[in-house]
Design a binder for this molecule. Structure first.
Ligand code: TYD
Ligand code: MG
Length: 450
């Protein structure tokens, strides 16, 4: 007899509790614990069929990859779709997940691959409308409106397609689990079943995952563990730019990004994003500078803006968009202590233009210089760009990939690079640019002329 087990699970982190609580003891979120039910049936999984093998007796073939033909997507995947891999594509609703997958499978269908597109959200007619808008038509793209995982795996086993797309995992359900579709146990179980199917059949599976309002894929950590690759589709809804970012990749490097623009005919790849992000830069205004940042293996020049103004309330406001808030606070403290700037009574706003989010410490120098430029109302020469990490004693430290950053800047017409003295010494080529090496904040302010 099947037994029904009731438990309470956090929808944010997957923590299981025997009783209901208001706050998840694991991740600290409020009101995320919901009741879930599971039917525990004895499962007939044959145990212990595989033998342990010494490492040196295992022969490895290179993984077989299929290119989608969308270069930005292929690079983010590490050079194409790996056979039997499970790729999770996460992002806000309406950001373009279904669109990019439609375009990717169109590329695959042109290579004589058949694709099974399973949608639990849209009817085949709606999908057809989107395909028409993208000028996609093929008999190799097969649509299936289904939400039962059993049904999907059944159809997929019979049809044996070359690729499967599941749009989205939150709409799928598994009969074994009594919780509603979209709950952590359903999402996890469905993803695990799909993973098992992908590995056994060597068919790659794309899974679309929605993002909660906090910005994580629902049932996030549980899902990220299960799949091979996690891609996040980011971007501001008000802006046409979209960034596809690798968060995890068992078959390639992480931190790669692909840049797209949403147009009325779908997503268009942007091969030279630096030019795009700098296109509308105001010249000769204070509180703006360009930094050379690395996104994975790719250099990216972006504009960083700061606005510093006297606070009208007792507590000065600090806001940062696109960079870590705590990092900005730390750098403000260093600026006050080491360069003697008075920022205590100032509101400070920092913004990375174009809706980008930059996590590497190489932008420190840019943050500090834009704040100083805005405070003193002295513009930074628009032909200057900079990169460098700043330490707590105000020293400017070397960062990796200096040559790549300079090369990218030279390509789009910058004349002067400001970096750590250490970086300058180790530089092998300056690509025709004037290089200014600085060792601490004061020196940097002086050389940049603020
Ligand atoms: P969609 O791929 O449906 O988003 P998701 O699957 O992530 O929820 O994209 C929906 C948005 O993209 C919608 O607001 C309309 C816009 N869009 C375009 O601007 N051009 C296009 O060619 C397409 C297909 C969509
Ligand atoms: Mg969609």
């Amino acid at each position: 007899m099947a037994k029904i087990k009731t438990f309470f699970q956090c929808q944010a982190c997957g923590y299981v509790s025997p009783k209901w609580v208001g706050k998840c003891p694991d991740c600290g979120e409020w009101n995320t614990i919901v009741e879930e039910k599971k039917e525990s049936r004895p499962r007939g999984i044959p145990a212990g069929k595989t033998e342990p093998q010494p490492l040196n007796t295992i022969t490895s073939g290179r993984e077989k990859r299929t290119k989608t033909g969308i270069k930005e997507l292929d690079r983010v995947l590490g050079g194409g779709i790996v056979e039997g891999s499970v790729i999770l594509v996460g992002g806000d609703p309406g950001i373009g997940k279904s669109t990019i997958l439609m375009q990717a499978i169109s590329g695959l269908s042109k290579k004589q691959n058949t694709v099974l597109y399973v949608s639990g959200e849209e009817s085949p007619e709606q999908i057809k409308l989107r395909a028409e808008r993208l000028s996609i038509n093929s008999d190799r793209i097969v649509l299936l409106a289904e939400t039962s995982l059993e049904g999907i795996i059944d159809t997929a086993s019979k049809m044996n397609p070359d690729t499967i797309v599941i749009d989205s995992i939150q709409t799928m359900y598994n009969d074994d689990i009594l919780s509603a579709p979209g709950s952590v146990s359903q999402v996890r179980e469905c993803a695990a079943r799909l993973m098992f199917f992908a590995k056994r059949s060597a068919i790659p599976v794309f899974i679309v995952g929605h993002v909660t309002k906090e910005g994580a894929i629902a049932g996030p950590r549980v899902l990220e563990h299960i799949v091979d690759t996690v891609l996040y589709f980011e971007g501001d809804r008000g802006q046409p730019y979209r960034i596809l970012r690798t968060v995890k990749n068992r078959f390639g490097s992480t931190n790669e990004i692909g840049v797209f623009e949403m147009t009325d005919a779908g997503l268009v790849e942007i091969e030279n994003p630096s030019e795009l992000f700098l296109a509308q830069r105001p010249l000769n205004v204070s509180g703006s500078t360009v930094i050379a940042s690395m996104e994975g293996t790719r250099p990216l020049m972006v504009e960083l803006q700061a606005l510093v103004s006297p606070t009208t309330f007792g507590m000065p406001r600090r806001t940062s968009i696109g960079v870590d808030f705590n990092r900005v606070n730390l750098l403000v403290a260093v600026l006050e202590k080491k360069a003697g700037l008075h920022l205590g009574g100032m509101d400070i706003f920092i913004n990375v233009v174009g809706g980008l989010r930059i996590v590497e410490p190489a932008i420190d120098l840019g943050i500090v210089m834009t704040i100083a430029s805005s405070l003193k109302e002295i513009p930074i020469d628009p032909k200057i760009f900079m990169f460098g990490e700043i330490g707590l004693s105000g020293e400017i430290r070397a960062v990796a990939y200096a040559e790549q950053r300079i090369k990218e800047a030279a390509k789009i017409g910058f004349r002067t690079a400001v970096m750590s003295g250490n970086n300058q010494e180790r530089l092998k080529d300056s690509f025709g640019l004037e290089i200014i090496g600085v060792n601490n904040i004061e020196e940097a302010l002086e050389r940049i002329g603020i």
